[in-house]
Design a protein around this ligand. Structure first.
Ligand SMILES: Nc1ncnc2c1ncn2[C@@H]1O[C@H](COP(=O)(O)OP(=O)(O)O)[C@@H](O)[C@H]1O
Ligand SMILES: [Mg+2]
Length: 428
C-alpha cells in the first residue's frame, strides 16, 4: 500500500507492520530513516513517522495493524529540550536515568536521546533496567548495549552483557535488581562511553516503588534524571528526589496504552527471541552451582541420614527428593503418588518446620539464568526436567558454552513459551 503524507504531519503505524519511506524526509525518534531501509513495527508497538518533507510510504500491514495520519509532531517539544539539556552537560561521561510509569514512553524517549546523540558522534550505551519490558537482553534480565547505529526499536540491539534477575517486576527482587544495574553500569564505564542512558521499569507509584527508585538513583549516581509524566503520577517520587537534578518531560499523547496481556505477549516475544534454536542439555547436578534455590533446594544434600530415615518413616514413603531449607522442608514425590495430610503433619511436628510437597514435573518450565564458571551470563534456559534418581538436570537452552552456574527464576513458561503461574508461590 502506498501513501503520501504531507510535511508537518505524523504517520502513526501500529504493528505488526513494515514501512519504507520511499521519498521525502522522515524521522522516527530522532532517526532520519533512509528511502530504502525497511522499518519493522512489532505487534503491540506503535511508531511515529514524523514527516519533515512530504513523503511517500510503502506500507505493509499485518493482522490488526493500522496506519493513520495526525497533524503535527507527536514527539513532545519537551523531549527536544531535554535532549539539548543532556548534550550541554559538562561531565564526562554523562549518566542519565529515565523514570516513568508503564507505557509513558520511556523506551521511546531513550531511543530518541540515543539517536540524537549518535548524530553528534557520541559514544552511547543503553542500560536497560526494565525487567518486564526488556528492550536489551532477555525478559527478566537487566542488559546493556553500546549503540553504534541509529535504531527505531532497541529490541533489535544485541546485548553486550546481561544480569539475570528472574522476575518480571523488581518489587520481588529489589536488591538483586539494584545489584545488576550497579554492576553493569560499572562494566559500561570501563568501556569509556560519552553517555550512559539508564532505562528503568514502570513501577513508580506507592511507597515501596518510590523507595526502590530512590535507592536506584542513589546507587547509580546519575547526572540527570528525566521524569516522564502524563499527569502528576510522579509527584511523590519527585518530592523525595528533591536534591537531584531532574528534568520533567511529557508523555506523548499519541501513545496507545497496552493492556497487561499485551505487555505479557510482548514479553513472550523476548523469550522466543532468546530461546530460538534451543536444545535440551542434560547436566549432572554435581557439576553445577545452583543459585536462588530456595524453592527446591536442588544441590543441597541431606547430611543427617538418621533424621532422614525417621522422616521417611513418618511419611510412610521415600520421596524422590527431600531437603531441609531455612524456613521449610521440601519434599518431591512422584507424579502419581499421594501423601496423607496426617503424615505431613507428623513431619512438621517432628521437624518444627512447614513441609512443602512438590510433585515431580511441577518444576518444569522454570526460567533460568545460565552462567559460566566466572559467572559471565551466557543466556537463559527453561528447566525441562529434574531426574532425581540420576541427579541430572535437563535444561532447554540455545547456550552452547559450558554452563557452571545456574540461577533459578520465579517465572514459569509452558511449551509454547507462554507465561504460566509458577508453582508454590502461594504456599510460601
Ligand atoms: N511520540 C509518540 N508518538 C506515537 N507513539 C509513540 C510515541 N512515543 C511512544 N510511542 C509508542 O507508545 C508505546 C509505548 O511507549 P514506550 O516507549 O514503549 O513506553 P514505556 O517504555 O514507558 O513502556 C510504544 O509502542 C511506542 O512506540
Ligand atoms: Mg519500555
Amino acid at each position: 500500500m502506498n501513501r503520501t503524507v504531507e510535511s508537518g504531519k505524523t504517520l502513526l503505524v501500529d504493528g505488526p507492520a513494515s514501512v519504507v519511506a520511499t521519498s521525502g524526509r522522515v524521522e522516527v525518534f530522532g532517526f532520519i530513516v533512509g528511502n530504502t531501509s525497511k522499518v519493522v513495527i512489532r505487534e503491540g508497538k506503535r511508531l511515529p513517522f514524523v514527516v519533515e518533507e512530504t513523503a511517500t510510504f510503502d506500507i505493509s500491514l499485518g493482522e490488526g495493524a493500522n496506519a493513520e495520519e495526525v497533524d503535527g509532531n507527536t514527539v513532545p517539544p519537551s523531549w527536544i529540550r531535554a535532549y539539548e539539556e543532556l548534550l550541554n552537560l559538562q561531565t564526562k561521561p554523562v549518566t542519565a536515568m529515565v523514570l516513568g510509569t508503564v507505557d509513558s514512553g520511556k523506551t521511546s524517549f531513550c531511543t530518541y536521546l540515543i539517536n540524537k546523540l549518535l548524530r553528534e558522534k557520541q559514544k552511547v550505551a543503553i542500560l536497560d533496567g526494565d525487567l518486564g519490558q526488556s528492550d536489551i537482553g532477555p525478559p527478566c534480565t537487566i542488559g546493556y548495549a553500546f549503540v553504534t547505529k541509529p535504531v527505531t526499536d532497541l529490541f533489535d540491539l544485541e546485548a553486550e552483557n546481561a544480569f539475570f534477575v528472574g522476575v518480571t517486576s523488581p518489587s520481588r527482587a529489589i536488591s538483586k535488581a539494584i545489584e545488576g544495574l550497579a554492576s553493569l553500569k560499572k562494566e559500561i564505564l570501563g568501556n569509556s562511553p560519552d553517555f550512559v542512558i539508564i532505562n528503568t521499569d514502570g513501577w513508580v507509584e506507592g511507597e515501596d516503588a518510590v523507595n526502590y527508585k530512590v535507592q536506584l538513583v542513589e546507587e547509580l549516581s546519575s547526572d540527570v534524571i528525566f521524569c516522564i509524566q502524563r499527569e502528576d503520577e510522579l509527584a511523590p517520587l519527585l518530592n523525595v528526589l528533591e536534591r537531584f537534578k531532574k528534568v520533567i518531560v511529557d508523555s506523548p499523547s499519541a501513545i496507545r496504552q497496552r493492556s497487561r496481556e499485551k505487555r505479557r505477549s510482548l514479553r513472550e516475544l523476548g523469550y522466543v527471541k532468546y530461546l530460538r534454536n534451543a536444545k535440551v542439555q542434560s547436566l549432572p547436578l554435581s557439576w553445577l552451582k545452583i543459585e536462588e534455590n530456595e524453592l527446591i533446594g536442588l544441590s543441597k544434600t541431606r547430611k543427617n541420614i538418621k533424621q532422614a530415615r525417621k522422616i521417611y518413616e513418618l511419611l510412610g514413603m521415600k520421596p524422590l527428593h527431600f531437603v531441609e531449607l531455612q524456613d521449610r522442608i521440601c519434599i518431591v514425590i512422584g507424579k502419581r503418588r499421594g501423601i496423607s495430610a496426617g503424615n505431613i503433619k507428623k513431619v512438621e511436628e517432628f521437624m518444627k518446620k512447614k513441609v512443602m510437597v512438590i510433585w515431580k514435573g511441577e518444576e518444569e518450565g522454570l526460567l533460568m539464568g545460565l552462567h559460566d564458571a566466572e559467572r559471565k551470563f551466557l543466556g537463559i534456559g527453561v528447566l525441562h526436567e529434574i531426574d532425581y534418581m540420576r541427579k541430572i538436570i535437563k535444561i532447554l537452552t540455545p547456550v552452547s558454552e559450558k554452563i557452571s552456574i545456574v540461577t533459578i527464576g520465579r517465572v514459569k513458561l509452558d511449551k509454547n513459551l507462554k507465561e504460566i503461574p509458577a508453582f508454590a508461590e502461594e504456599n510460601l
